[in-house]
Design a protein. Structure first.
Length: 238
């Protein structure tokens, strides 16, 4: 897939940063101007960073690694859920539970509990319980699914995380650092780009901007998965 053009990034408002007073000085290499008190991001730097991050995501997918998509901001949830699902990757878009990665064994227990309730509700095991008990279980399942549904098939700590708004998702970033999980992140002018391995300077508030970057990363993952399939097929023929 072609990476987005300069004009496409411009049309999606990727260049709009935060108010100057909110800036993080470490973002200065990625800022080219200030208009009406708002910092503007250098889209040439965004394009370079996007290419670097996309290649990294493709290599990881080619190696069969899992990349966890993280975006709990309202305007990003749907976009990120859809992108992650399109390439069979895990995602967290409701809220990040403290210890989601650093206390993974406990989280897995909650996932198993959710899956057990789902199975029991579906296979008739609970045919002799009251309506009220069934309703309680259904509600409990819905609550667990909302928070953990996106990581239900994640059996081990992911190799990497793709994060929308590293400032907002600082707990996820801190856990990634503790576990040496690689990070790709959309970094706005109020964030520290050194917090992630592959920073992508861009507007992390506007849904159009989030969508164009997230879809590109998902597409690069898909290409990596294709590469992997092809290598396997060639090995099979050999």
């Amino acid at each position: 897939m072609e990476k987005p053009s300069y004009k496409e990034l411009l049309d999606s408002g990727v260049h709009f940063g935060h108010l100057k007073k909110k800036w993080n000085p470490k973002m200065s290499p990625y800022i080219f101007a200030e208009r009406k008190g708002i910092h503007l991001i250098d889209l040439n730097r965004t394009l370079e960073s996007l290419e670097r991050a996309g290649l990294a995501a493709r290599q990881m997918a080619k190696a069969g690694k899992k990349i966890l998509f993280v975006a709990t901001k309202k305007q990003a949830r749907e976009i990120v859920t859809e992108a992650a699902r399109s390439v069979g990757m895990p995602y967290v878009t409701d809220r990040w539970l403290g210890g989601m990665m650093t206390n993974f064994a406990t989280i897995r227990r909650s996932v198993r509990k959710m899956q057990n309730i789902e199975r029991m509700l579906g296979d008739g095991t609970l045919s002799n319980i009251t309506k009220k008990e069934r309703l309680t279980l259904t509600r409990e399942h819905a609550k667990l699914d909302k928070v953990l549904g996106g990581i239900a098939n994640l059996n081990r700590i992911p190799s990497a995380m793709f994060i929308v708004d590293i400032h907002h998702e600082h707990i996820a970033i801190a856990e990634a650092h503790k576990l040496n999980v690689r990070t790709i992140g959309i970094v706005d002018t109020n964030s520290d780009p050194n917090q992630v391995d592959y920073p992508i300077p861009g507007n992390d508030d506007a849904s159009k901007s989030i969508a164009i970057i997230t879809k590109y990363i998902a597409e690069m993952i898909r290409l990596g998965q294709e590469d992997r399939k092809q290598i396997k097929a060639e090995k099979g023929d050999a």
